[in-house]
Design a protein around this ligand. Sequence first.
Ligand code: ADP
Length: 251
Amino acid sequence: MKRIVVKVGSHIISEKNTISKERVQNLVSFLALLMQKYEVILVSSAAISTGQTKLNIKRDNLTNKQVLAAIGQPLLIQIYNEFLAPFNKIGGQVLLTAKNFDSRRATKLAKNTIEAMLSYKILPIINENDTIDTGEIIFGDNDSLSAYTTHFFEADMLVILSDIDGFYDKNPHEFKNAKLLSKVSKIDAKWLEAEIKTGSEHGTGGIITKLKAAEFLLERGRKMFLTSGFDLCVAKTFLLEGKQIGGTLFS
Ligand code: ADP
């Protein structure tokens, strides 16, 4: 059975300090379908925005973000499990930091846990351990965390469900004539240099971290698919029927 990592950005899950239960439900139904065909690992953002639904403090400094993550992370897992239950599926929380990947031994320990969860058909729900990790090496965005997860836990592909439906030759929110690139085999250095705004308030990554994730995986012979998390049609057709009708495939 092929193994895939699905990364979902915070915009898909939260909206103006509320959780979009409809979108989480759609996502979970999709994940349940995927779990019939693949071993699925989920990397989910949105702990901080979920925390903000309970405690209205600003996310403008590290301590506040950590407090919000502490409140939001368990709630987020609870929401996932609420929607997984009708499918007889269970999600389990895995909080990682860069330290889990900094030696072969550490990576192997983390991988063992993931392998065991997958063998019990549990959905590992990974996030960075934002609450206590103040170390120098933190991922800071789940795009790199999900690329590491894909490579070190030996998945075939990373699927990024984003607020954008693919990678464009220029920022589609700024340029009307931006064209979607449906296949990319090499990351052009000039794409990474471009100073591009994410256009999003809660996203920490933006397109640059997605391109870096793709570059990391391409260099290691793995694939990445970037598509919309709002409308799951493209992701569904690609992963369940093997046809690419949109999105960007980095391979
Ligand atoms: P997520 O929250 O899903 O991780 P982000 O909002 O952080 O995603 O990053 C995606 C955003 O990057 C898009 O919504 C868009 O505003 C911006 N962007 C800038 N340049 C590009 C580009 N060339 N192609 C696609 N998106 C781009």
